[in-house]
Each structure stands twice: as C-alpha cells, then as structure tokens.
Design a protein around this ligand. Sequence first.
Ligand SMILES: Cc1cc2nc3c(=O)[nH]c(=O)nc-3n(C[C@H](O)[C@H](O)[C@H](O)COP(=O)(O)OP(=O)(O)OC[C@H]3O[C@@H](n4cnc5c(N)ncnc54)[C@H](O)[C@@H]3O)c2cc1C
Ligand code: SF4
Ligand code: SF4
Length: 599
Amino acid sequence: MKPTDIAAPDYFHKVVDCQWACPAHTPVPEYIRLIAQGRYSDAYMINWKSNVFPGILGRTCDRPCEPACRRGRVEETPVAICRLKRVAADFKDDIKQRLPKPAAKNGKRVALVGGGPASLTVARDLAPLGYHCTVFDADPEAGGMMRTQIPKFRLPNSVIDEETGYILGLGVEYKGGHRIDSMKALLAEKYDAIFVGSGAPRGRELDIPGRKEAAANIHIGIEWLANVSFGHVDKIGKRVIVLGGGNTAMDCCRTARRLGGEKVTVIVRSGFEEMKASPWEKEDALHEDIPILNYMVPVAFKHVSGKLIGVTFQHVKAEYDDKGRRNLVPSGDPDQTIPCDDVLVAVGQENAFPWIEQDCGIAFDKWHMPEVDPKTFVSTNPKVFFGGDAAFGPKNIIWAVAHGHDAALSIHKMLSGEDVTERPLPEVEISSQKMGIHEWSYDNDISIDKRFKVPHRDKVIALKDIRAEVELGYDVKLALGEAHRCLNCDVQTVFSTSLCIECDACADICPMDCITFTDNGEEDDLRQRLKAPSLHPDQDLYVSSDLKTGRVMVKDEDVCLHCGLCAERCPTGAWDMQKYFIEMTHAGSTCPTKSRSAA
Ligand SMILES: Cc1cc2nc3c(=O)[nH]c(=O)nc-3n(C[C@H](O)[C@H](O)[C@H](O)COP(=O)(O)OP(=O)(O)OC[C@H]3O[C@@H](n4cnc5c(N)ncnc54)[C@H](O)[C@@H]3O)c2cc1C
Ligand code: SF4
Ligand code: SF4
C-alpha cells in the first residue's frame, strides 16, 4: 500500500466517527471535552455554528452519530452524544453577546419559503453576510415541524422560541401567516435567490373500506398532531388505534395517552424489529403502557351508521425470496377486529408542491419531486434552491440543517459570481497535545462507566400534562460522568517514520493490538496479516513509508481507543497525540479554494 496521506482533510476526519456520521459534521469530541471542563457556553457555540439548534437537537435528534461512536465497539452503548448537546444548552450562560450582530445589508435579497430548520439554517448563514433574508411561512411562528408536529412533552416551546429567536435576531425578516401560493408570482418579485424549504407536509392516506363513512373518527397523524399543537384538538376517545411504525406513530400514541386515551394500541404491518421508529421512541411508548402489535395489516374500518367501532386486520407473516427480499403473506389466521373509538393514521408523509407552476422553469421527476443537485441543492432554475424535506422527501432536522448550510454556500457563491459546483475545503487544525514527558492536555483515562441514563419525569405526572417535558436532562454530575466516556477520537495518533527505531514498544503496550510492524503488501493481504484481525474494511489502515528495515508500520484505525499509551511508551516520540479540529466550509468562511469530493 502507498503511505497514507494524512494531510488529506478526510483521512483523520473519518477516524472521528461521530463527527463523520453527523450530517452537519458537528465537532462532537471537542464540545464533549468542553462540557467535561464545565465550559457549557463554549460547547453551545460550537454546536450553534454547525447544527444550529443545540437545545432542540439535544432533545430530538435522530442521532446518526451514536451508532457510529467508537465507544460502542468497546462496550455495548455509545456515548450519549445527543443528550450532552442538551447539557450545553441547559447550562450555558447568556450567549446573545456571542452571536453575530445584524450585518450592514449588501443589497441582495433572498426569499425563503417555509420557516423550518432548512430555511432557518440558510438564513443563519446568509444574514450575517449582509443578505436581506425574508422567510415566508404559512404558520404564524417560525420552526416548521419542530414547532407544529413534535409534541411539547418532547420539545417545549421555550426552547424553540429561544433558538429560532437567535436566528430571527440576526436581522431576518419573518412573514408569518403568509402562504406562498404561486412560484411564478414569487419569481416576479425579483429576489436574487429563492430557497424552498417547504417540507413534506402531506400525511399519507389509508384508503380502505369504511374510510369515508367513518371519517369523523379517523385522523391523519401529522395533521392531528399539528391540531393538538395549535390547541384545536384537546381530547380523544378512550380506545385509540395508531396505524404505522415510524416516529410519527410514536408521537401520536403518546399524545393520545395524554388526551384521554386509556387503551392506546400501535399496530404495524411489519415485525417489531423492522419498525422505522427509533429504538428509544419505541422504548418510551412501551414505558407509557402502549402495546405495539405487529404483522397485522388493516383491511377495513368497521362502522355502524357512520360511527367508527373498530378496525379489521389480516394477520401476515414474513417470507423471504431467493434474493432475500421480504414479502408479507397471509399467515392463515382468521382476520381480527379490534374495537376502538378513534384511529390515527401515521403511515407516511409525502411532498406536495401545488403552488409551483409546471411552466416556471423548475423541472420535476416522475415522482413529482423537484430535480435538485444533491451537492449544490440548485434546481433546474439557477436562482432557485431546495433543501430539507422539500428536496428529497421526509427525513429529519439534522439533515435539513446540513442541506441549509450547503444551499447557503451555493447561494453565496452564485451571488458572488462564482461557480457553485466548486466546493472549498474545510478548515483543519492539528496540534500536539503533549505538555510534558508524561502529561497530555486531554483526559485519556478510559473509564469503564456504562452509559448514564437520562432522568425522566414520573410517569403518572407526565401522562397528566401534555406540556410537561418527559426527559429532565442530565444534571452536572451525570453529564460529567457521561462526558468522560468519550474516547477523544479527534486526538489522533500521528506517526513519524524518521523517529521510529522499530523497538516495537508501542505495539507491545497497545491494549487493542492495533499496531503491526510488517512487510508491505496489497491492502487485502495487509488486513489479513495484522496482529488483530481487521473486521471493518470501511475504516482505513494507516500505513507509514518504509522504515529502516524495509518494513512498514500499519495501524488499524478501526480499533484504536486513542488512549495514547503508544505515544506515552515510545522512547523517541515517533508517536504523538495530535488534536484534529475540522470545521466544515460554511457560506463566507475563508478557506482554501481547492475543491474536494468527499464529506
Ligand atoms: C410527528 C413528527 C415528529 C418528528 N420528530 C422528529 C424528531 O424527533 N427529530 C427529528 O430530527 N425530526 C423529526 N421529525 C422530522 C422533522 O420535523 C423534519 O424532517 C424537519 O422539520 C424538516 O425540516 P424542513 O425545514 O425541511 O421543513 P419543515 O420543518 O416541514 O418546515 C416547512 C415549513 O414550510 C411551511 N410551508 C409549506 N409550504 C408553504 C408555502 N407554500 N408557503 C409558506 N410556507 C409553507 C410549513 O408551514 C412549515 O412551517 C418529525 C416529523 C414529524 C411529522
Ligand atoms: S468516543 Fe467520543 S469522539 Fe469517539 S466516536 Fe464516540 S463520541 Fe465521538
Ligand atoms: S492510542 Fe495507541 S496504544 Fe491506544 S489503542 Fe490507539 S494505537 Fe493502541
């Protein structure tokens, strides 16, 4: 193998598994270390720059970082990265002075359709550069689905007000209660750029017999949740069936419990394990005494004179074909009717752009989705950009934020007369953490603590009040314990070939056997010859240039704990622990202009 090019920005970035997995590439270990030092405001500001909504996401993020966390490879549970973000938000001081001040206007106007996380991120990046950003939303207040769909017992209004307020306070114009009903009319207003962040607002229907007749007690989940949020709905029948296995279904059933549902049941077509809902959402629903029944397909709504009395289900089982594809086939058990007073349908969400005319230069594909470049977020009209759920269908907040940053960069480049496809490199800093012979500036004590549980409000009290937040968040002591579980994966092991005397001391002391001195070879062959078998070929090998004996040092990045024992033990300092800080390119960042392909 060729010696590893550790100067390439993605090489060490990939070793920081959590940051690499985060769509917005939040510098996770850096903010966790700051939390451990009690520097909550600093930790908050790092988050605010990349994921924009630390308090909101610290309660609601889908957490793609956590399955990637290296801690999960040495024991069962990853670091509670997401809930530590909330700690930064809960314990910070007043950070208003640290936010950018409203900038002098540069004369360029940008219209943003929808006031959800995607548009707000675009505004957060463009307003400080002097763009006049106008956000139009059909709803009176900013936040999009974070405000209208996510229940208050998971995300209180005060947190949404605070964090949307920081963005609107940058001099962003918010036009609430203002639905855009014609793209042509908006284009005629001669904005310099338009960003469409209108989300995926339509709940999927379930058109089975009885749907029309019993309509009064059959509700589309996301519309029903919005009605609860706006206070238009404040009760539901005693027996409720929720159809669907995603996170919307989990929010529906838990909301129904709080509005008077005594017997609330979630019923899914697939198996429990295959449900789309996040594991912790399912856990929370089960904890609130909501059973989840599986392998049952709804076939009819039962009603008497237009009054819903139950839902009939066919029992199915999973069968797999030669290609491993799953089919649901009737199990042979007789159909079952489950009595109920109300049904909440949470079987999916769809995009809808009734307000974008066919002939305004924006092309749509056969699924009625806009044709959008996945890197630049530009549509077939070079002045119109899409992002968040509106661009590629329903996903989550952190993806909407990531899209917002990328679209803002494109808008800024386009309006500066630059090529939007040229994506500049991020900024990278790498610095030694050595302070004395045996002293490091980071805490490399690999504590054996298991993940600390986030305290919850007492169930009886929580179920009585739909606005009472269920999760109480870590206190300072629990937060410190959890922060210490982080392995500081951004403190990298950097090897200097010229200093190595091939004494093997590092390989001997490494608790994970991740260092091997051996003859060079092709990658597949080298992976076979490592001291510890290489189980994850998607994580790179670190290969040095030729040592004096002609061998090379090979380190498997997959298993390294970043404990620093190799560097501690090395008599010549050939190993050094160096902190690697990567900050993604945002609109207006000053950064090298070489374009990059990855990350
Ligand atoms: C029940 C439910 C629970 C969820 N829970 C989570 C969670 O816990 N964590 C998570 O990460 N994600 C969650 N999501 C998903 C998340 O809310 C969305 O992925 C995210 O909000 C998408 O952001 P966005 O900016 O693309 O659009 P949205 O947040 O959907 O915002 C779009 C905004 O555009 C407005 N709008 C639409 N059309 C127009 C128009 N023509 N004119 C003016 N305004 C318009 C809408 O009123 C809305 O305010 C949940 C979704 C639902 C339905
Ligand atoms: S141990 Fe810390 S730095 Fe490493 S992946 Fe997990 S959270 Fe990130
Ligand atoms: S930091 Fe060094 S000693 Fe520790 S696991 Fe990684 S290679 Fe082994």
